[in-house]
Structure formats: C-alpha cells, structure tokens
Design a protein around this ligand. Structure first.
Ligand code: IPE
Ligand code: IPE
Ligand code: MG
Length: 264
C-alpha cells in the first residue's frame, strides 16, 4: 500500500517530456474498413497491426505504462458476429504475441470483468499475465469488457468487503488500492483516434488530470508518424494541476537555479 503512485488530486505529480503512462481508445476500425469496401472485422484485424507499432514506439521511447481500450462493457451491444470475431481475434492475438512481448521485457495485464469471456480466453489471459508478470521494461494493459463506472463501483465494493468500518466515511487513499490500475501512475496522455471527442466510459477516475488528444485518423491508420504527432502535441501542454502559469514558471526557475549551484 505504501508504494501506491501519487494521486493528481492529492499531490502534484512530477511531469516530463516522455509521458510515463499513455491511455488509448483505439477507435475507427469499422469506418476504416468501410472506406475500403471491406467488412468491419477487416478493420479490427488491421487494428492489431497498428497496436503492435504503437507498443514498439512506446517501448523504444521509454513509456512505462500503455493502456489500451480493446472492448468496452457496452460493446456487447454490437451484432453477435462482430462480438464473436473480436473475441477470437483477442484470443489469437494473445497466443501469437505473448512470446514477443515477453522477449521485449513487457508485462501484459488485462483489466475488466472477465466472467463473461469463455474459459479458453480467460485461461489464455491468465497464462499471458503469469508468463510476463516479472517483466519491467513496460506494462501493456488491455482493457477488455472494461468500463470506468464498473471499475469505481467494484473498487467501492471490494474496499467495503475488506473494511466494513469504512462505510461510515472513507477517503481517496482508502479507495485507490482497489481500482484496476492502482499500481500505475495516472495517465499523462490520452489518445482517441477516429474523430469522436468523448471518453466512452474509459478510465473515468484516472483521467482526472490527463491531457486529452483527439485525432480524426482512424485507428488502423495510426502509425509511427501519427504517434510522434501526439507526443509533440503533449510536449506543448502546460500541465498546471490547478495552479497558475506564474507558479509553474517560478518552480522551473527555482529548479534551474538549484541545478546551477549544484553544477557550479
Ligand atoms: C474500435 O473501432 C474497436 C472496438 C470498439 C472494438 P470501431 O469498431 O468502434 O470502429 P468504428 O468507430 O465503427 O469506425
Ligand atoms: C470505444 O469505442 C471502445 C473501444 C475502442 C474499445 P466505441 O466505438 O465503442 O465508442 P462509441 O460507441 O463510439 O462511444
Ligand atoms: Mg467506434
């Protein structure tokens, strides 16, 4: 519990040019396929390739956490054939990619409600997590049957199960350990491809102070160049966390001054 990352609403997190945590809504697969007169599922297939590229870019850049939205708790509302295609694609991807992730020192995690997945998929998820559990190069988290509201509700339930006395009153610090992403810092950068400017029930709690980047580029077309554009945009942001620009400028000056005395 002592090692929990800081909360943006309780302390001011440190920032740097390289986002420690990037969260992505990979949207626009269906439209990408439709534009090419292909079935929607062909877009999902190409989407896996885009993900592979982004994982590689993040690993190279030194991003510590990459979290991607693969299937929302509301995506069950889609036609049954598309849902079952997505499930088999997910399974194939896990089976095919996990050795490569492992070789690259990447830890794989899955967040979301697993009970609705079939036994084979659940077992494959668990095996992939187990195999890569001790890797430290980067954590890739796949959100599957995940919803931001589900996450917060579940955390409250688990917290109260362990600590019934907290029903009277509790704080953020009591709840935080029970959230799905409790071991990761809050995302610095959020990317949504596909042109929609909404959160679609992704990490509602954790996005409190995240920089939000929206691009019209459809996910299968999101390549290294598009990724670099998002990073360049991120670097231009002034992350104030409620403070004023003047306060931030003061801090930067103080930092440079102390660096000057140390060097001199
Ligand atoms: C995102 O692409 C992938 C999933 C939601 C699984 P979409 O399938 O939502 O593609 P569009 O938004 O219909 O183009
Ligand atoms: C969000 O995309 C979920 C994923 C990318 C997995 P959707 O395409 O489902 O979102 P809405 O329905 O347009 O909000
Ligand atoms: Mg969509």
């Amino acid at each position: 519990m002592a090692n929990l990352p800081p909360s943006s609403t309780r302390t001011i997190p440190g920032t740097s040019d390289i986002p420690r945590h990037i969260a992505i809504i990979m949207d626009g697969n269906g439209r990408w396929a439709k534009q090419r007169f292909m079935p929607r599922v062909a877009g999902h297939q190409r989407g896996v390739e885009a993900l592979r590229e982004v994982v590689k870019a993040c690993r190279q850049m030194g991003v510590e956490y990459l979290t991607v939205f693969a299937f929302s708790s509301e995506n069950w509302r889609r036609p049954a054939e598309e849902v079952s295609f997505l499930m088999s694609l997910f399974l194939k991807m896990l089976e095919r990619e996990v050795t490569k992730l492992h070789k690259n020192d990447i830890r794989l995690k899955v967040i979301g409600e697993r009970s609705r997945f079939d036994e084979t998929l659940r077992q494959t998820m668990q095996d992939a997590e187990q195999l890569t559990a001790n890797n430290t190069g980067m954590t890739l988290t796949i959100a599957a049957n995940y919803g931001g509201r589900w996450d917060v509700m579940r955390a409250v339930k688990l917290m109260l199960r362990d600590h019934p006395e907290l029903a009277q009153d509790f704080g953020e610090e009591d709840l935080q350990p029970y959230l799905s992403m409790s071991d990761a810092p809050e995302p610095d950068l959020f990317i949504r491809t596909g042109g929609e400017q909404r959160i679609s029930n992704f990490m509602l709690w954790q996005l409190a102070y995240t920089e939000l980047y929206f691009t019209g580029t459809l996910w299968p077309a999101f390549d290294r160049n598009e990724f670099d554009k998002a990073i360049a945009w991120y670097r231009q942001r002034e992350r104030r966390f409620g403070q004023t620009s003047e306060q931030l400028a003061g801090k930067t000056a103080a930092k440079q001054e102390s660096k000057g005395t140390m060097d001199g």
